[in-house]
Design a protein. Structure first.
Length: 227
């Protein structure tokens, strides 16, 4: 167990709890993360179609008005990253991209998303490098990015290689587990989620305080339901 409240592995440790926690006014179980840098937080939320809460209201204190449709999320920053946390079935960016690629990052922006896809497995990591324009590359939990693509832009391939190395170092790539891996069929999403979140936090320097999330102290934002 990791005691550092800024270690993102705690998110993964509770991602697939058999019995969701009801003892927190914030989030603990089933959290998907999307983070981006290279764009102002408010501009990014506008791109996502978010409904902000006027004077920033804490997640724990905010109720979605009857006339507003969407799901409640948390928003925050870590260094030069802006992030949203969602505990619905999947990340809004993942669900929206199929109908509206405007939600994806633009050239000069970098995005990483861990989406649990509880409605329709598999869980995935999405990544878009600053060299990409409205393009996100994906890897299922337990797999490497470069195992899924035969041709990539040089800059993107280099960045995905670094991400694969970090995932492997954190024990999140089945083919590169050491000592020899258990059979794939014996590995579940709960095995991969802590390692995936740990790798993302470590590589990108994203730190999110566990108490802030579990106590619902981060600002609330309403994200639209994908159409």
């Amino acid at each position: 167990m990791h005691n550092d409240h800024h270690d993102l592995s705690w998110i993964g440790e509770h991602a697939y709890a058999d019995t969701p926690s009801r003892d927190t006014p914030g989030m603990r179980d089933g959290i998907s993360l999307t983070a981006i840098r290279g764009i102002d937080t408010s501009a990014w939320l506008d791109r996502l179609g978010a409904v902000t809460t006027g004077m920033p209201a804490a997640y724990r204190d905010y109720t979605i008005p009857d006339h507003v449709e969407g799901s409640l999320a948390m928003v925050g920053t870590s260094g030069d990253w802006s992030f949203v946390l969602e505990d619905g079935d999947a990340a809004t960016v993942f669900l929206s991209q199929f109908d509206n690629d405007d939600v994806l990052s633009r050239e000069g922006e970098e995005m990483v998303c861990v989406t649990l896809n509880r409605h329709d497995a598999p869980a995935m990591i999405l990544y878009s490098s600053p060299a990409d324009d409205r393009m996100a590359w994906s890897a299922d939990f337990g797999t490497a990015f470069l195992d899924g693509y035969s041709a990539l832009p040089e800059d993107t391939a280099a960045r995905l290689s670094v991400l694969d190395d970090r995932l492997a170092a954190c024990g999140a790539v089945h083919a590169r587990l050491a000592p020899p891996a258990r059979p794939w069929s014996e590995m579940g999403l709960s095995d991969w989620a802590p390692a995936v979140y740990r790798a993302v936090g470590c590589l990108f320097g994203i730190r999110i305080d566990r108490e802030d999330v579990e106590q619902g102290q981060l600002p609330a934002v309403v994200l639209p339901e994908p159409v």
